[in-house]
Each structure stands twice: as C-alpha cells, then as structure tokens.
Ligand binder design. Structure first.
Ligand code: MG
Ligand code: ZN
Length: 229
C-alpha cells in the first residue's frame, strides 16, 4: 500500500508548488514582500500581527490573509487596524495551500500593498509542507507549549527563517526551558533567527521588528529617506 500512497502525496505537493510559483510571480510583479506565519492554535499569531501592524503603521502598506477553519473573527480584528484583510475559511482543512491564496489575492488591491502577511491555520504539521509563494516562513512557539516541540515537529523548524518564542512573560509559570528550544531548533536549522518575545507586554519586539524592517528594506519597501521608528 505504501508505494501507492506516496506518489499521490508527491503529486499533490508538486501541483501545489506550481500554484505557489504562480503566486510568487504575482508578488514579484507587484513588488510585495510576503511572509507565511505558522504556529499551533493559540500561540499568538493574530496578537503578533496586531502589534506588528501598529508598529509599522504609516511607513509600509500592509495586507493580511487570514486562514482559519471557521469564522471571520481574526480578519475583523485585523481590519479594525486599518489594513486590507481577507479571510479564508478552510471549512475543516488544516492548512492553507497555493490555490486558496490565488483565490484570496483576487480580493486584494495588490498595487496598494508593500507587505503581505499570510496567517496560516493553527497547526504545527502540514502548513510547513505547503508553499504558498511566500519569501519567508515565520513560526511562533509559545513557552506554554513546552520545549519538546522541535523534537516532535521538525519540518516546521527546518523550513522557517524565523522562530518567535512567544509569551516569555509566562515563563515563571511553566517548566519550559528556552535554552532547550534554542538548542533543539539550532540542530534542525542553523540559519534560523530566534527572537524571544511577549505579544502581551511588547518585550523583545524591537529585535523582531528590526528583522522585518531589514527584509522590507532589502526589498525596497522602506525607503532610505524614511526615518526609523
Ligand atoms: Mg489567529
Ligand atoms: Zn493540513
């Protein structure tokens, strides 16, 4: 059975990669820098977006694609920040794919976007397998989830350019050892940038914003003439 199943999975991923490549061409044509934000449910993706949008407001034009199994609650939270937002409901599906992004892009005015953030469905497994056409994958792991997650979900750590260790304000109430997260993540991906943050208090946010700003500058989205925060 195994030799029947594996080619099917491979075909699905190949078809997805073609759509992701089409999305990427659209992003390049419109001059948009794109990240794919992934985490388990409740790790703080939408809270991270809210704080990041507030910090960059007025300096870069942001749009958000919100992926959720159901509801438009997160897209409403984001829209209230004054940025373009589209909700994708996967109706039970546990990840976003290239086709869903292609359809969502029809609802955005791409000419008015510099920075697109795609918030994936809360899940540490298959979102890492499906490219969406993004430039960078960014993952969040909250300290309440435990320091064993790199051992259990290696692909997510291997494919993400950035690991945000969130909720560090809660460290005194957990058994989580951040040095173990760092060491285990480093063994999987030596190029990954790790930032310890709290979306609640704002601790550590400057380092994360510094990374985003350097990416936007590289892509010509933050002009040299614009003053820093
Ligand atoms: Mg969310
Ligand atoms: Zn899935």
């Amino acid at each position: 059975m195994a030799d029947i199943k594996i080619p099917v999975v491979r075909n699905i991923l190949q078809a997805n990669d073609r759509l992701a490549a089409e999305n990427r061409r659209k992003f390049e044509q419109a001059g948009i820098y794109v990240i794919n934000l992934m985490s388990s449910p409740g790790a703080g993706k939408t809270s991270l977006l809210e704080r990041t949008i507030e910090a960059l407001a007025g300096r870069v034009r942001i749009a958000v694609i919100e992926g959720d199994i159901q509801s438009s609650y997160d897209a409403e939270r984001i829209q209230s920040k004054g940025v373009q937002a589209v909700q994708i409901n996967t109706d039970g599906g546990c990840h976003l794919d290239g086709n869903m992004i292609q359809i969502a892009l029809e609802s955005l005015d791409l000419a008015a976007v510099d920075f697109l953030i795609i918030e994936n469905v809360g899940n540490l497994v298959c979102p890492a397998e499906f490219n969406l056409g993004e430039h960078d994958k960014v993952m969040i792991l909250s300290v309440t989830e435990g320091d064993d997650k790199p051992l259990k979900y290696p692909l997510m750590f291997q494919t993400s350019s950035v690991l945000l260790v969130n909720k560090i304000d809660l460290l005194p109430y957990t058994n989580c050892d951040v040095s173990k997260i760092r060491e285990r993540a480093r063994q999987l991906n030596g190029n990954q940038q790790v930032f310890e943050i709290s979306c609640r208090t704002g601790e550590g946010f400057d380092a994360w914003l510094g990374w985003i700003e350097s990416k936007l500058s590289e892509n010509g989205k933050l002009g040299a003439g614009k003053s820093p925060r």
